[in-house]
Design a protein around this ligand. Structure first.
Ligand code: THG
Length: 264
């Protein structure tokens, strides 16, 4: 599993406060605990600051990279914000995300073309949000082919089929996980990734739904996750599901997690 730590996001009150106060230590602490929890990427998102998103994302990237060599996943719908962050980022960043929305696609494609940047391809277009497996596959095909034709390696592409709330339509869980399966089959070597919180929007016991949904997606081939790496139950579910999905040779990660008392 490729883990992307979600905690540096200005939609979280403590992070919003830390960013506004330019509190270096507070941001670095959240970066470090996620790095120590074993994430592969640290998501950075200052999306709640409309006018200052560019200035703040640059400061966050620099602040995070002073304490860890984990790369950032630069999380913004605005190509200018992504460009600003990439200009200061050391090493190979992840772009979160490109989509089929015209402006976003046209501005970000030349930025990733021919590079070794990792890129999340979010299944969204100017026609709005996909609902069915087929909607997702149509967008994924165009996005992935566009990236491959511009010399982005398939293994650097992470398709996010877009999680939609189960409370809105009772098929949205399966439409997502079946899209994961199709995408992983169609493009050999590609990755899939998702955030989880949307699935449980509007329902109680959200953490329980999020965990169960993650397990179902892993069973269909999901190999990337934007998660809270400090959430022990979520991490335990992921590690158990990956072992059960045949992704953990000799159950080494499972046994290691057991010894570290993740299942206690
Ligand atoms: N896909 C992609 N990028 C994304 C998302 C996605 N980026 C943003 C979001 N969705 C994923 N990131 C977050 C960050 C914080 C929270 C949810 C999703 C959040 N956390 C709660 C909190 O801190 O209060 C709960 C954390 C917990 O205890 O688990 O709100 O879908 N490509």
């Amino acid at each position: 599993m490729i883990f992307i730590g979600e905690l540096i996001n200005s939609s979280r009150k403590s992070i919003e406060t830390a960013i506004e106060a330019q509190d270096v230590q507070a941001i670095q602490q959240v970066a470090l605990i996620q790095a120590e929890a074993g994430v592969d990427y640290i998501d950075v998102n200052a999306g709640t600051f409309v006018d200052k998103e560019q200035e703040y994302i640059k400061w966050i990237v620099q602040t995070v990279q002073r304490v860890t060599d984990k790369p950032c996943a630069i999380d913004s719908p605005d190509p200018k914000v992504i460009e600003t962050a990439l200009a200061v980022h050391q090493g190979t960043a992840m772009i979160n995300s490109i989509s089929l929305e015209k402006e976003r696609f046209e501005k970000l494609l030349p930025i990733v073309a021919g590079t070794d940047l990792k890129v999340i391809a979010l299944c969204m277009s100017d026609e709005g949000m996909p609902e069915t497996v087929d909607d997702r596959l149509k967008i994924a095909d165009k996005l992935v082919n566009g990236l491959l034709q511009n010399n982005v390696k398939v293994e650097n592409v992470f398709v996010d089929p877009l999680v939609q709330p189960l409370s809105v339509n009772n098929n949205f869980g399966m439409e997502f996980v079946l899209a994961v399966e199709q995408i992983m089959t169609r493009f050999e070597g590609i990755h899939t990734v998702c955030g989880l919180s949307n699935i449980s929007y509007g329902l109680p016991a959200r953490k329980f739904l999020n965990q169960t949904f993650m397990v179902m997606a892993i069973a269909r081939g999901l190999d990337g996750a934007i998660v809270n790496p400090l959430d022990k139950k979520m991490m335990a579910s992921i590690i158990a599901a990956e072992a059960l999905a045949g992704k953990d040779d000799f159950c080494m990660n499972y046994l290691k997690a057991y010894r570290a008392e993740l299942f206690a």
